[in-house]
Write a protein that binds this ligand. Structure first.
Ligand code: COA
Ligand code: AMP
Length: 632
């Protein structure tokens, strides 16, 4: 079958208002928009201005009323608690309406914020949808972040209510959430009026009287709340993501554009039909979880899977195949690192042979560069198409993909294929001039961005311009480097900022450096991302100690490792650091992190012409060899 991609892409670029206006007919509006694209305040663009809708209505009530009331909406599959629980659309709507009633009784209304700090339990999905029902913005914080990161988000989002749980469950250990939450509230200047806590039987949390409320008790007495109509341009949520400083950026998502783009993506990008089972093995704390565990599959009338487990160890590397087979999953989305973990533990995919995977059509991978080895392994063993696609927290959905719903294009291994309809992607030089085909530059997207992408940063229009718009006027800076080839295929090679990608998780080395610098014995430091076979990248820290410090290096390293764990969280996977005498710098004092990374990864490198003292690179190489990195 020939692909419709070229024609659909061309139309999306030539007539974006016609294209997205048509797509918007596929969702429910209380009032239709006045203008598909409002560019009156450019470079701030607004999609579906004047439109009135409700995201929760589109995710749940619409399907209950439209004949899917008894179809499963959400299947909670939790190998770590040995639970499988199915919620039909009616049941999920009823739970959500009731929890919206709980929030409303606590004074939450349209325009407020609610922070959600939860493990992968259905209550997290219910809480998100309940916020959407009331028109209150949610801000979900990933459970692997510690008190410091949580406090920053509480301070910025200023939630009226926090929803949390007593614990999360990681393989072999129970993570108490209460001390983290308590620590974060203690640190933050803003205090929530109430915390609603889900008590899990594995570990109950002590409750603070006058502030903490039990989820079940509140639900038992709640009156269901109805959907509140909101403007298409009202915020649906804030999701914080790592930026170039220690301060995370609050990515804002609107209601209307998000609804239209995500609904459109299910058929056209993922090739999935209403009624089918769609599984994103991620976490609701990440953008993939927001878009493809919660919102898009429900907008589309699919059954979504909420998996509280890992690709390996819960209990074995067959977990993914068990879930696919048991719940008849048609399409799955995860990060390449998950497949690298399975490949490592079960190289010949023996566990796969135990399950009937005849229901399975397509595997989608994103979140980090897909290495050809992992791609080939997955294709060989699954025998289905394996689709790499590229996107960011900021865009909320794919920028580059092989849009399987439009008819697959030939795969070029290492490329996420072509720009998704709506996106105009270019590689440019420092002056914003288009690079020749095949040559690496900064990857930028011509404004306006399509619906679904961030309209701004939370309470920070200037920061939005500074981070994304000022460097290349008229374009959005992705902060990825790469190229566009002669066939219009995109190649996304690396970040241009201090972001590293650890097991598909986006982390800032700058934020880690801020933590290391706070150690009383550390004079200077640098954190780089070094190549790792499982996680893609791992952070590695270099410490220069203050003159006169005589404590053992090993003790100081242990202390900084635990400082990062306590401040940023275990998800940073910061476990390796070393003490060096000096850091390599340019004559103007800039630390040569890029060169250090190349040495660590054993790549060829050129000694920068601006280097202050080339001998330091030799010292760094020796230190790295002692840690098992770099090569002769
Ligand atoms: N709550 C609390 N702690 C968490 C957590 C959570 N939600 N998620 C992770 N952690 C902890 C882990 O327990 C681990 O702690 P440790 O240092 O005590 O071992 C640490 O954070 C790092 O976790 P993780 O990145 O999951 O590494 P891992 O070695 O436990 O597992 C993989 C490696 C590849 C199996 C795992 O990273 C994985 O499943 N990745 C899938 C990728 C993914 O979902 N990406 C999301 C974007 S699509
Ligand atoms: P996040 O905001 O956490 O989704 O991380 C976004 C970043 O992850 C992007 O800017 C890229 O650097 C990287 N990324 C995501 N998907 C891909 C992909 N398919 N190929 C290469 N890099 C990717």
């Amino acid at each position: 079958m020939s692909s419709r991609y070229d024609a659909v892409y061309a139309r999306s670029i030539e007539d974006p208002e016609g294209f997205w206006g048509e797509a918007a007919e596929d969702v429910h509006w209380y009032r239709k928009w006045d203008k598909v694209l409002d560019d009156s305040a450019a470079p701030f663009y607004r999609w579906f201005a004047g439109g009135v809708t409700n995201t929760c209505y589109n995710a749940l009530d619409r399907h209950v009323e439209g004949g899917r009331a008894d179809q499963p909406a959400l299947i909670y599959d939790s190998p770590v608690t040995d639970t499988v629980k199915t919620f039909t659309y009616r049941a999920l709507r009823d739970e959500t309406a009731k929890f919206a009633g709980v929030l409303a009784a606590l004074g939450v209304s349209k325009g407020d914020r609610v922070l959600i700090y939860m493990p992968m339990i259905p209550h997290a999905v219910v809480a998100m949808l309940a916020c959407a029902r009331l028109g209150a913005g949610h801000s979900v914080v990933f459970g692997g972040f510690a008190a410091g990161e949580l406090a920053t988000r509480i301070n910025d989002a200023k939630p009226r209510v926090i929803v949390s749980a007593s614990c999360g469950i990681e393989p072999g250990k129970v993570i108490a959430y209460q001390p983290l939450l308590e620590g974060a509230i203690g640190k933050s200047a803003h205090k929530p009026e109430a915390c609603v806590i889900v008590q899990r039987p594995m570990l109950e949390a002590p409750m603070t009287p006058g502030r903490d409320l039990d989820w079940d008790e509140q639900m038992a007495k709640a009156a269901p709340a109805d959907c509140v109509p909101v403007a298409a341009t009202d915020p649906l949520y804030i999701l914080y993501t790592s930026g170039t400083t220690g301060l995370p950026k609050g990515v804002v998502r609107d209601n209307g554009g998000h609804l239209v783009a995500l609904k459109w993506s299910m058929k056209n990008v993922y090739g999935v039909d209403p009624g089918e089972v769609y599984w994103a093995a991620s976490d609701v704390g990440w953008v993939v979880g927001h878009s493809y565990i919660v919102y898009a599959p429900l907008f589309h009338g699919c059954t979504s899977i909420l998996f509280e487990g890992k690709p390996v160890g819960t209990p074995d590397p067959g977990a993914f195949w068990r879930v696919i087979s048991q719940h008849r999953v048609a399409a799955m989305f995860t990060a390449p690192t998950a497949f690298r973990a399975i490949k490592r533990d079960d190289p010949d995919a023996e566990y796969m042979k135990k399950y009937d995977l005849s229901c399975f059509r397509t595997l989608f991978l994103a979140g980090e560069r897909l290495d050809p080895d992992t791609l080939q392994w997955a294709e060989r063993h699954l025998g289905t198409p394996v689709i790499d696609h590229w996107w960011q927290t900021e865009t909320g959905w794919a920028i580059g993909a092989n849009c399987i719903g439009l008819g697959a294009l030939p795969v070029k291994q290492g490329s996420p294929t072509k720009a998704v309809p709506g996106y105009r992607v270019h590689a440019v030089d420092d002056n914003g001039r288009e690079m020749p085909r095949g040559e690496i530059g900064a990857i930028v997207i011509k404004l306006p961005l399509p619906p679904g992408c961030l309209p701004t940063l939370w309470n920070n229009d200037e920061g939005f311009k500074e981070s994304y718009l000022n460097d290349y006027p008229g374009y959005y800076k992705t902060a990825d480097a790469g190229f566009v080839d002669e066939d219009d295929y995109l190649w996304i090679m690396s970040r241009t900022d201090d972001i590293i990608n650890v097991a598909g998780h986006r982390l800032s080395t700058g934020a880690m450096e801020e933590v290391l610098s706070a150690h009383p014995d550390v004079a200077e430091c640098a954190v780089i991302g070094v190549a790792d076979q499982l996680k893609g990248e791992l952070p590695l820290g270099f410490l220069v100690l203050k003159a006169g410090v005589e404590r053992a290096d090993g003790d100081i390293v242990k202390e900084v490792v635990s400082m990062v764990r306590e401040s940023i969280g275990p998800v940073a996977a910061f476990k390796i650091a070393t003490v060096v005498n000096r850091l390599p710098k340019t004559r103007s004092g800039k630390i040569l992190r890029g060169t250090m990374k190349k040495i660590a990864d054993g790549e060829d490198y050129r000694i920068p012409a601006t280097i202050d003292d080339p001998a330091i690179l030799g010292e760094i190489g020796e230190a790295l060899k002692r840690l098992g990195y770099a090569r002769d």
